[in-house]
Design a protein around this ligand. Structure first.
Ligand SMILES: Nc1ncnc2c1ncn2[C@@H]1O[C@H](COP(=O)(O)OP(=O)(O)O)[C@@H](O)[C@H]1O
Ligand SMILES: [Mg+2]
Length: 396
């Protein structure tokens, strides 16, 4: 029999963004339900609000008005900390650009969300292997993302999303960066998860149908639904302890400069893990907090220099505000001008440049893992100086 319990209930939800004193209304008084085991596709052209809606359902962003209930919980009633735990248990998110961590193997990537749960190492391995079997990549478990094709990386990302047996799977244009065949593989896999495991799936697909968004219920044969449901079951949540050494390196890089410099500088990231970026509009929210004078952001980039073994943290940043926020990055004027003018310049510490023999103006190519492609840049020096955090004095 069809299970028709509503898993997601959206009631009179509105959401707008503020832009240059204008409010841009993206979602206007939306009401709908998603039943357990449903496969729902949001289709609409770019800008129609698909990501906005998915982010609201996943508790990544909040609506201006209205109520969003997932598995009976009003998400707005949760604190940020509760929300992080809630999301880890209930939502598996699949991104367009996979967002795998390049320095972790497929298996370690899949295991990552389980660090938020109170599981033993053995249980974590069993769950991860199971998830990799489901996406048919168990024989690639020790491969790094850079050694996998786009379609395979997305399947690893799907394994990572289902490994906690979340209540809902949310996928934001999961095939947007894939060729036709790999896209079919990924959609077939999601259909399989829906059909075999009864997973409730909400997927956003770019489609030029009209200017509005369409809710399309994809119906699949239900014959086997629920039979194999038992496989992925998770017990409770504990506080995350990130055990991987490499992750430590990333986190250290992320917080670099906090210790060294200004007491007025606050570094923040998503409570779940580095692979979940904060929504860009948090920048404006943070900017509005009284006492905040500069806001900048860096996005974990995960580029590989020639070989996986050459690990160093690299971030894509917003040049101007980043230099303002990190005055201890000392650049000659001509070079900081070039950095601001041209999106291809990069700054590296002196030690790193010496290690790889980079000279000012050298072209360096990073192989993208999170953002596929070869990313070329030229070296603009940079030195960590002990310059006082002059931009940040005062308020704090
Ligand atoms: N943080 C934001 N600030 C301002 N406008 C935004 C923000 N996020 C999205 N928008 C705007 O809201 C509209 C819907 O965006 P989005 O939900 O990303 O659409 P889609 O995923 O369908 O392409 C777009 O016009 C977009 O430019
Ligand atoms: Mg989108």
């Amino acid at each position: 029999m069809e299970d028709t319990t509503a898993v997601v209930e959206i009631t009179n939800v509105s959401k707008s963004y503020r832009r240059d004193h204008h409010a841009l209304q993206v979602l206007h008084d939306i009401t709908f339900r998603i039943a357990s085991g449903e496969f729902l596709a949001l289709m609409g052209p770019s800008g129609s609000g698909k990501s906005t809606l998915l982010n609201l359902i996943a508790g990544i962003d909040k609506p201006d008005s209205g109520v969003i209930q997932v598995a009976g919980v009003d998400i707005a009633s949760l604190s940020e900390t509760e929300l992080a735990g809630w999301r880890a248990t209930h939502v598996g998110f699949i991104f367009q650009f996979y967002n795998l961590i390049p320095v972790l193997t497929a298996m370690e990537n899949v295991e990552l969300p389980l660090n938020l749960m109170g599981l033993s190492g053995k249980e974590r391995r069993e769950h991860s292997e199971m998830a990799l079997k489901v996406v048919n990549l168990i024989d690639r478990k020790d491969h790094y993302p850079g050694q996998l094709s786009g379609g395979e990386q997305q399947r690893v990302a799907i394994a990572r999303a289902v490994v906690t047996d979340p209540t809902i799977l949310v996928a934001d244009e999961p095939t947007g960066d894939l060729d036709r065949n790999s896209a079919d593989d990924v959609l077939n896999l999601m259909e399989y998860l829906n059909r075999q495991f009864g997973k409730t799936i909400i997927i956003a697909i770019w489609k030029k149908v009209s200017s509005a968004m369409l809710f399309l219920k994809l119906l699949f044969r239900n014959t086997f639904r629920h039979k194999l449901r038992t496989g992925l079951t998770i017990l409770g949540i504990a506080i995350a302890i990130l055990a991987f050494g490499m992750l430590r390196t990333m986190i250290t890089a992320w917080y670099a400069g906090v210790e060294a410099s200004s007491a007025g500088r606050l570094v923040t990231r998503n409570a779940i893990s580095l692979i979940f970026p904060l929504p860009l509009n948090y920048k404006d929210k943070i900017r509005q907090v009284s006492g905040v004078s500069i806001v900048s952001f860096g996005n974990w980039f995960g580029g590989i220099y020639i070989d996986e073994k050459n690990f160093f943290a690299n971030f894509a940043v917003e040049p101007k505000s980043y230099l303002e926020l990190y005055p201890e990055f000392i650049l000659p004027n001509a070079e900081s001008d070039a950095f601001l003018r041209d999106r291809k310049g990069f700054i590296a510490g002196r030690k790193l440049a010496e290690k790889y023999g980079w000279k000012i103006g050298s072209t360096v190519t990073l192989k993208g893992t999170i953002y596929p492609g070869n990313w070329e840049g030229y070296y603009l020096s940079g030195e960590l100086g002990l310059c006082p955090a002059r931009h940040l004095s005062g308020k704090g």
